[in-house]
Write a protein that binds this ligand. Structure first.
Ligand SMILES: N[C@@H](CCC(=O)N[C@@H](CS)C(=O)NCC(=O)O)C(=O)O
Length: 228
């Protein structure tokens, strides 16, 4: 059976949504990144990058959330656009935009807004600016399109949902309010029963809630290097 290595963070949540939408049977394996589970040798065999999500599909290992969405989409034929190079051009473009732009810039924006020392104004401003720039591109796109690839809900919307669910945390309530079209798609997907179930998966386990010094030293490797 497919093993799903996950926690409640944005990237695993995209895959949780796909699994809930399709009802693919899977075994849930909790990876508590605030306690260092991501560095256990058995997990690093599945994802050498030491991050969630990852899957083990009967011996086929896949890591990186958007790669997993593509793999499962191709395997099941579900939530994919038409199988033509033309449709796939948009699929690949937006998935990469989310994987290399929205996700990483949002992650760094969160880091400098919530977790880094407060005096790093330059870094904070840079990542807020880039996160906003990505949200504006998405908002303009969704002003013209019902979903990311047009009229049909696909894996790209799932990838989007994983991150924009955190929009108010990343940009602040006022910042996020500037993107009503992103909010429309977020609200629509969040109301789907599969999305409600996807968000509830983490509640089957007890994950460490506090981002204390121990968690920071585990997750932010440069702190460890400095201390060594
Ligand atoms: N590009 C990867 C990024 C994965 C990633 O950064 N995951 C975060 C959770 S959203 C994580 O595992 N963080 C723990 C850590 O950095 O130690 C993907 O899309 O799956």
């Amino acid at each position: 059976m497919l093993k799903f290595y996950f926690n409640g963070a944005p990237n695993p949540t995209k895959v949780a949504l796909f699994l809930e939408e399709t009802g693919l049977p899977c075994e849930l394996i909790a990876v508590d990144t605030r306690k260092g589970d991501q560095f256990k040798p058995e997990f690093l065999k599945v994802n050498p990058n030491g991050k969630v999500p990852a899957i083990d599909d009967d011996g086929t290992f896949v890591f990186d959330s958007n790669a997993i969405l593509l793999y499962l989409g191709e395997k099941t034929g579900k939530f994919m656009p038409a199988n033509t190079p033309q449709s796939h051009a948009q699929l690949y473009s937006w998935l990469m935009f989310i994987a290399t732009g929205l996700g990483p810039y949002s992650g760094q924006a969160v880091h400098f807004k919530h977790f880094a020392p407060k005096d790093l104004e330059y870094a904070h401003n840079r990542y807020q600016f880039e996160a906003h720039r990505h949200y504006k591109i998405l908002d303009d796109h969704l002003a013209r399109n019902k979903y990311m690839l047009g009229d049909t809900y696909t894996i790209v919307d799932m990838a989007l949902w994983g991150w924009v669910r955190m929009g108010a945390f990343i940009l602040g309530e006022e910042g996020f309010a500037k993107y009503p079209n992103v909010k429309r798609v977020l609200d629509e997907i969040s109301a789907r029963p599969a999305a409600v179930r996807a968000l509830a998966l983490k509640d089957k386990f007890t994950f460490k809630a506090e981002m204390d010094d121990e968690a920071r030293h585990i997750m932010f490797g440069h702190l460890k290097t400095k201390a060594a």
